[in-house]
Design a protein around this ligand. Sequence first.
Ligand SMILES: Cc1ncc(C[n+]2csc(CCOP(=O)(O)OP(=O)(O)O)c2C)c(N)n1
Ligand SMILES: [Mg+2]
Length: 503
Amino acid sequence: MDNPLLRRPLRRDDIKPRLLGHWGTSPALNLVYAHLNRLVRRTGQDVLYVAGPGHGGPALVANTYLEGTYSEIYPSVSRDVAGLTQLVRRFSTPGGIPSHVSVPTPGSIHEGGELGYALVHAFGAVFDHPDLLVAAVVGDGEAETGPLEGSWKGVDFLNPSRDGAVLPILNLNEYKIANPTVLGRLSRERLNHLFAGHGYDVLWVEGDDVRAVHRAFSAALTTAHSRIRDIQRTARRPGATVTEAPIWPMIVLRTPKGWTGPHEVDGVLVEGTFRAHQVPLAGVRDNPEHLAQLEAWLRSYQPERLFDADGRLVPELAALAPDGPARLGATSYANGGVRTEPLRLRDWRAHALDVDPARRGSLVHETTRPLGEMLADVYRDNPTTFRVFSPDELASNRLGAILDVTDRCLVAPIDPRDDRVSPAGRAMEVLSEHLCEGWLEGYNGFSHQGPGLIDTVVPLSPGSPGSGCRRTRTACSRSPTTACAAATTSTCSSPTNSRTCST
Ligand SMILES: Cc1ncc(C[n+]2csc(CCOP(=O)(O)OP(=O)(O)O)c2C)c(N)n1
Ligand SMILES: [Mg+2]
């Protein structure tokens, strides 16, 4: 409520009556943010940060505040003690800001909360964005979800000659809310095998020594970035053709859950366990020992060295963030329609069936066939800004005219038995409705040029992946993003399945 920089001893009344938020995931999200800042500054790389553990809202809100984007969008949250006090008060308060990363957070376009879509959105975002690198932090609990488990195969559809790159960063803190994670208990050897099978080479960063982990992460990020650039340079040489998926780097970051927080509370181990997931010191308002422990914890970050007398971040630390639109919270890739250009569309009536009013009900025709022909025209007129995402149903749902214009995409050696499949193909067919819809959301949501649309067939279970799309709203800081259209072209299991979301 007050006293965010501990300019006087912490008192009971400084603390909100109800404590909320997710501490456990925040240290790793902070660490990644700081190093991505450094990467952007050092290389000029366009970077988008996707936070799978979106429950770590405090980390992303704090970093956007420190880099200045937060105060630009919300001027009352100024870069001084008064602004910081405002920010802390707003956090997870009725009428304030959510404790998850969400659309009011600068640089965020999706509502956080539903785990599982980090990687699929990351791949969708880089399709046809050759200059973009998406660093996607994946929680090891999140990695147990079906959509995330399926998302690793995005690399088999990613063509480095025309698409950007995804750098998965698996935060192996070994716990979820109340349990160990499956991946957290696998040996390093099994994890290496698992990710090698998916097409990745793991760069390991492990430990609990803050300085050592920072150094190791910095080195791993540099290595990953230079390998990605090498892959892209090779694929983009004049005359080069991509014939199979390269081995992409990924980082496994094994750090304690709730790292640098209270180590033990009431004699029970907290740091490095599931107990660090949310609020590690629940009794601060009524238990003087907890209050003292909280104060010692907060003072351990030495706020008096980080902020000047007015409460502004000291200049040498402020200088670590990139400038202007290169800041992660200001990137145009996460600002809805800033980069959007409309699709070139012909008059759809050219594909309408000629119905004689006198003979209504007598015409026999497959309705999706003209839709396929219309979409083929959209492909013709928008050769780099439009994609159809389909769960292996283009042909069976009579949308095959698309394949007269473009192949199906698979970045793998092609077999003579295949029909119109190639790494250069732009029809995205994968037998996963989660991936289709997640890619579509990423493709459109993260400011894609055209409203590349369609998701065929899709007996989606209600409440599954479209949530990101459903929850996307326009924040005042953002230009409107494109529509996200899902067309159901075959029998579906629920009347709510065909949906169109737009913001
Ligand atoms: C699909 C889904 N199921 C359940 C939850 C509830 N939930 C919130 S955080 C969490 C644990 C996440 O663990 P992990 O991905 O390892 O993130 P960490 O906090 O350890 O970084 C769960 C189960 C959710 N947010 N989304
Ligand atoms: Mg975890």
